[in-house]
Write a protein that binds this ligand. Structure first.
Ligand code: MF3
Ligand code: CO
Ligand code: CO
Length: 253
């Protein structure tokens, strides 16, 4: 277990990375309308990466072939952009994007509504978004990693949803995935477990909330993770620094 705490000047660099990631993610979200392909979203991100002279955190990661993950409807995470995958009215799409700037990673995701979306899907997306907000509030020195999992799980389950176990949040820094792991659940359903958070810790908190059961399966492309019951899933992610002044959401402008 190697946890790398960051200095104030390192956090300033990570903030710079976070703002670039947020800006490019926002461009993709604004472009995500009916008729647009997920490949086009990847193209937008590639242009943003070139414009800002930053480095993709995803491209080539364990052979991943794109700079963004695009996860529509029952896809939980790690959907690969494709030319022949076109957004339709009523879809929800999770867009997950990560870069390195100054050698530091910023990792952020959002699920958005495409055109006119059913109330059921809207409530799922809103619950996942709020679950992340609730978790962020707990990202403070001396609170525990398990407090995050408890916040996400208790909020999602109180709305009749489930949280994914198979993928978790993570520390981030010079590598996208650093220790500690940041689960969206706890083993006993209670807060107060896990390591204490310290000033200078940077974590990516990323609730994946399912309408049905928590189980996921990975498709034959070895990336696309879908819900086993093929019901909807929503994913949000921010990169957050733990500071003496409270949570610093590096990927929130
Ligand atoms: N950004 C994802 C996460 O939130 C990981 C993506 S892996 C990739 O941890 F290979 F798809 F890039
Ligand atoms: Co991510
Ligand atoms: Co992440």
């Amino acid at each position: 277990m190697r946890i790398h705490l960051k200095s104030k000047s390192e956090l300033d660099q990570m903030r710079d990375a976070g703002l670039v990631a947020a800006e490019i993610l926002n461009e993709m979200c604004e472009a995500a309308k009916p008729g647009v392909s997920t490949w086009e979203l990847d193209q937008i991100a590639r242009k943003g990466i070139a414009k800002h002279k930053v480095v993709s955190a995803f491209l080539g990661y364990h052979g991943y072939p794109a700079v963004v993950c695009t996860s529509i409807n029952e896809v939980v995470v790690h959907g690969i952009p494709r030319k022949n995958e076109v957004l339709k009215d009523g879809d929800i799409i999770g867009i997950d994007f990560g870069i390195y700037k100054h050698g530091f990673c910023a990792d952020t995701a959002r699920t958005i509504l495409v055109g006119e979306v059913s109330p059921e899907k809207k409530t799922l997306v809103e619950t996942a978004r709020q679950a992340l907000e609730n978790a962020i509030e707990l990202c403070r020195p001396n609170n525990r990693i398990g407090d995050i999992g408890h916040a996400v799980q208790s909020y999602a389950e109180s709305h009749g949803y489930s949280v994914v176990r198979q993928f978790v949040g993570h520390g981030t820094g010079r590598q996208m995935h650093e220790d500690p792991q940041v689960p969206n659940f706890t083993d006993d359903g209670r807060p107060g477990s896990g390591k204490r958070m310290k000033t200078g810790l940077v974590i990516a908190v990323e609730p994946m909330v399912n309408a049905g059961t928590p189980e996921v399966e990975v498709l034959d492309d070895n990336w696309t993770a879908v819900t086993k019951d093929r019901r909807m899933s929503a994913h949000f992610e921010h990169t957050i620094a733990i500071t003496d002044d409270g949570p610093w959401v590096l990927t929130k402008p």
